[in-house]
Design a protein. Structure first.
Length: 375
């Protein structure tokens, strides 16, 4: 089977030079075995379930086997004769295996080994190691922070963190958000963080992993190598992705930072296409054009009111251009134009204010302490 040109052993020719023989049997079998093993590996690489070598002391009898295709688990049997001749029998199973396959029974595999640790002993080991690690983390907050971020990115069976889907059935709304300045700035930073963590920059989100242990460990090890400022950049993107739209959290953060929506948004056709309430449109006219104009056009149709608003925002027809206008619902803090309710941002802001008031309220125990001391 092997290449004679690369054979290092001696060969002997007959009297007429027609046939050649191997003078050193050991050298021959060393070369032949290497060639057989290479051919066996090639069969397995090609998709055969196995390539079984039948030694010269054994025999391959075709009546003890049945043909079986590669995709049905068929093997290759390599029949090695004492003369050095090698025959390859492709696509066979033993008769017993073939009958089992025909009846639909699962093939016999190796018997499972008894595990070194019982399940209870494994639990004992796991819980003690868990207790030690979390106690040690108390003195290493920088490590704990990175582990927490890794869980937020990948998830686990205890952590379920989902990115805000930003879903809408309205195509105009979707396009308006996708082209907004805030979305563009965030997407640029997200791509940088994806690259920082070794992910593809084409991934739609940093968060939303499948929760496998390998992923958590991998991201954690990556974060350990990063300096604190870089980890903070990752955290900003992670929480930005997973902060719920329309929530009290958005109100709390926007108010705390002091966001001016005029820096991030300007009126577009999508907004006015969604406003159909004439009372609200009248209030918007007063916002951008003044109360006199709003009163003079109070009886006009919605289309006319929208045109008036648009002309003032664009500075059309000689009107003074209104810069940096933001409707009340979108401001931080938000407010309503009517007393009818139904403004989600106002309701979310009320939750933020309620939470702030609870935090600011004095502790009853602390108030009672001076009286207790006086007594």
């Amino acid at each position: 089977m092997f290449d004679l040109d690369s054979y290092a052993g001696a060969t002997v020719a007959d009297l007429f030079g027609d046939d050649r023989y191997f003078a050193d049997p050991d050298a021959f079998w060393t070369a032949q075995e290497a060639a057989i093993e290479a051919r066996r590996a090639a069969y397995i690489e090609d998709g055969w379930s196995d390539a079984v070598i039948v030694r010269a002391s054994e025999h391959f009898h075709s009546w003890e086997y049945e043909k079986a295709a590669k995709r049905k688990g068929g093997r290759v049997y390599v029949d090695v004769r004492s003369t050095g001749e090698v025959t390859f029998h492709e696509g066979y199973l033993t008769r017993k295996e073939a009958r089992r396959a025909a009846s639909g029974d699962a093939p016999e595999g190796p018997k499972p080994q008894r595990p070194e640790l019982t399940s209870t002993l494994q639990t004992y080991v796991d819980l003690h190691r868990h207790a030690a690690v979390r106690a040690a983390l108390l003195t290493r907050p920088e490590v704990a922070l990175r582990l927490m971020v890794a869980h937020a990115v990948v998830g686990s069976h205890l952590w379920t963190v989902r990115p805000e889907p930003q879903t809408t059935r309205n195509d105009e709304v979707r396009e308006s958000v996708e082209t907004a300045r805030g979305e563009a700035v965030f997407d640029e930073r997200r791509r940088a963080v994806l690259d920082l963590l070794g992910f593809s920059s084409e991934e739609p989100t940093v968060t939303g992993g499948n929760g496998d242990d390998y992923g958590v460990a991998g991201v954690f090890l990556r974060l350990i190598e990063l300096p604190d400022p870089a980890v903070m950049e990752v955290i900003a993107v992670v929480i930005g992705e997973t902060m719920a739209a329309g929530s009290a959290a958005v109100e709390a953060v926007g108010t705390e930072i002091g966001i001016d929506m005029a820096d991030w948004w300007q009126a577009d056709d999508a907004l006015f296409g969604l406003i159909r309430d004439r009372e609200v449109l009248g209030r918007l006219v007063a916002d951008v054009a003044g109360q006199l104009v709003a009163t003079a056009n109070a009886g006009e149709k919605s289309k006319t009111l929208k045109r008036i608003i648009g002309d003032h925002l664009a500075g059309a027809d000689g009107r003074a251009k209104v810069e940096r206008w933001v409707p009340r619902w979108m401001q931080f803090p938000p407010s309503a134009y009517t007393a009818r309710g139904g403004v989600g941002t106002v309701a979310a802001h009320a939750k933020h204010i309620a939470a702030r008031d609870v935090q600011a309220a004095p502790d009853p125990d602390e108030q009672a302490q001076p009286f207790a001391e006086a007594a």
